[in-house]
Design a protein around this ligand. Sequence first.
Ligand SMILES: Nc1ncnc2c1ncn2[C@@H]1O[C@H](COP(=O)(O)OP(=O)(O)OP(=O)(O)O)[C@@H](O)[C@H]1O
Ligand SMILES: [Mg+2]
Length: 258
Amino acid sequence: MEARAVISVRDLVVGFGDHLVLDHLCLDAYSGEILGVVGASGSGKSVLLRTIIGLLPKREGQIEVLGLNLDEADEAQRRALERRWGILFQQGALFSSLTVRQNVQFPMRENLDLSPRLLDEMALAKLEMVGLARRDADKFPAELSGGMTKRAALARALALDPEIVFLDEPTSGLDPIAAGEFDALIETLQKTLGLTVFMVTHDLESLYTVCDRVAALADGKVVAAGPIAAMLECEHPWVKTYFQGKRGALLAERRVSV
Ligand SMILES: Nc1ncnc2c1ncn2[C@@H]1O[C@H](COP(=O)(O)OP(=O)(O)OP(=O)(O)O)[C@@H](O)[C@H]1O
Ligand SMILES: [Mg+2]
């Protein structure tokens, strides 16, 4: 199977004042893969994600998503493209004044002209897809556990049947069991819906169990990209410490022995 880049980032430069966060960064995400993006805290993972989806301005470089060069896209093309991706942000995953059902329906109301009955049916179907119960639909975000919040936010990200899902630290704050369940959910959804998943994470377990490829960010660039095996061979000091540190080594060993 020939890999097709659905996200293609070339020579991306992003900074704030005299602080250069991304410095000629290049990265591809291929169709149907789960790409894990790792890097130290503050290395620019969220900035990269937010720049790709157009929430932050870039100084230089090209970004192409689903074949569209974002600089050349007009307003209508951009809006059409935005309907083809879903996002789970690192913070503020849900609107606190809306119920779970209303949160999931939010993008549907903005983009689709549907009857209230159909909106309800679709929202419930999305909630079921992410493993939430019907009775959770009318809860407010403050009434949810951390794991349920992530699931509800994922349901909202899937509201418009996107082709790409951007996830920023989807398992942070979850205990290892809930995190493992969430990873399994992402993997299942990726397989059944054929999604391309761009997942920022520092969760080694996620990287080992669900990611097809990993891109490591350091010094404003992608310093290594490839399967876990490539990360284990990488000589960059941060990548080396991260993947060959105690936890990384344990996971690698377990992986080899299963
Ligand atoms: N809107 C902004 N204005 C100014 N500086 C910003 C802004 N957003 C991010 N930064 C800076 O850019 C750098 C990268 O931030 P970013 O949030 O991308 O880190 P990260 O890799 O996602 O870290 P973490 O793993 O902690 O989430 C940080 O130094 C941060 O302070
Ligand atoms: Mg971040």
